[in-house]
Design a protein around this ligand. Structure first.
Ligand code: ZN
Ligand code: ZN
Length: 267
C-alpha cells in the first residue's frame, strides 16, 4: 500500500516524466525534419563559404562524363563548389594530394567493392580525399550502366564532403538521391543525383567558418603511402549496414590523425 506522500511523489515523478517526453518530442522532431546524415563531425576547413574543392581527374574517357555530372550536381550547393582539375596520380596508385580530392578508376580486382571513398582527417578537419571506382565490376553487365556509374560517383564524392547515406536498405523505394543505397539506381525516382536533403545537410556541416583553410591542416606523409585499395589497410570496421552492402572503416594513426574508408560492396 502506498501512503499519501508516496502517491503524491509518484504522481509528481510521472508528471516530470510526461513533461520530459513532451520536451524530447518537441525538440527532437525538428532534427528529424531537417537533415541528419553526416558520418561524423568531419569537414573541410575553410574561412569563407562557398569554398571550392578541387577534384583531380585521374579517370579514363569512359568515366570523365560522370565526374562532370557529379561535379556540377554538387556545386548547386550554396556552401561549396567543385572544380575538375588534372589529376596528380594514376588510376592504379590513386595517391592522395593535400587539400583536394583525387578521383580514380582502375580494374582494382575482385576485391568485393564497387566504390570507395577515403578521407584523411586531422581532428575533425579533412585534409585530403580519394575516390576509387572499380572497373573489375563496372565492366560487367550488371554495373556497366549510366545509372550505376552516376550513383557510385555521386555517393563517393558526397562522402568526401562529410555526407552519409540517407538510407541503406536496397529493397525499399528510392529517395531520389545518390546517398540512398539501392539495387535499382534508375528508379523512378532515380538515385543518380543529390536531392534537397543533401544540400540541407551540407548547410549544417558547413554552417560555421574556420580560422584557417584545410591546406594548412596536414596529415603525416606516411598516411598517404599505404595501398588503400587493399582492405587489410583500412583499419577497424566501425560500422556496416544491416544488409552488409555498405561499411565504414577507420585507420587510426594517433594524435587525431585518421583515415576513413567508406565502402560500397558489389553484390
Ligand atoms: Zn571547422
Ligand atoms: Zn556510401
Amino acid at each position: 500500500m502506498f501512503t499519501k506522500i508516496q502517491k503524491s511523489k509518484i504522481s509528481k515523478i510521472s508528471k516530470i516524466y510526461c513533461l520530459a517526453v513532451v520536451f524530447l518530442m518537441l525538440f527532437s522532431f525538428p532534427s528529424f525534419l531537417t537533415a541528419t546524415h553526416s558520418w561524423g563531425e568531419y569537414h573541410w576547413a575553410r574561412t569563407l563559404n562557398p569554398f571550392t574543392l578541387k577534384l583531380g581527374d585521374n579517370l579514363s574517357s569512359t568515366w570523365k562524363p560522370y565526374l562532370t555530372t557529379t561535379s556540377s550536381d554538387w556545386s548547386l550547393s550554396t556552401v561549396l563548389d567543385t572544380t575538375i582539375v588534372p589529376g596528380k596520380t594514376t588510376g592504379q596508385r590513386c595517391r592522395p594530394t593535400l587539400g583536394r580530392v583525387e578521383v580514380c578508376n582502375y580494374k582494382y580486382g575482385n576485391k568485393g567493392w564497387l566504390g570507395i571513398a577515403q578521407i584523411w582527417a586531422n581532428g575533425t578537419h579533412i585534409t585530403q580525399g580519394t575516390v576509387k571506382v572499380n572497373d573489375t565490376y563496372f565492366n560487367t553487365a550488371t554495373y556497366n550502366t549510366t545509372a550505376w556509374r552516376n550513383l557510385v560517383m555521386c555517393q563517393e564524392i558526397g562522402h568526401v564532403f562529410g555526407l552519409d547515406h540517407q538510407d541503406e536498405v536496397q529493397t525499399n523505394p528510392n529517395l531520389g538521391t545518390c546517398m540512398d543505397y539501392t539495387s535499382n539506381p534508375v528508379g523512378p525516382p532515380s538515385n543518380e543525383h543529390p536531392n534537397q536533403h543533401d544540400y540541407d545537410q551540407l548547410l549544417v556541416i558547413y554552417g560555421h567558418l574556420d580560422a584557417s583553410t584545410t591546406i594548412s591542416q596536414k596529415s603525416p606523409a606516411v598516411m598517404g603511402q599505404l595501398s588503400f585499395d587493399d582492405q587489410r589497410n583500412w583499419g577497424k570496421k566501425v560500422r556496416q549496414s544491416r544488409n552488409g552492402l555498405t561499411a565504414l572503416y577507420e585507420l587510426d594513426f594517433g594524435g587525431g590523425h585518421k583515415v576513413f574508408t567508406h565502402v560500397l560492396w558489389a553484390y
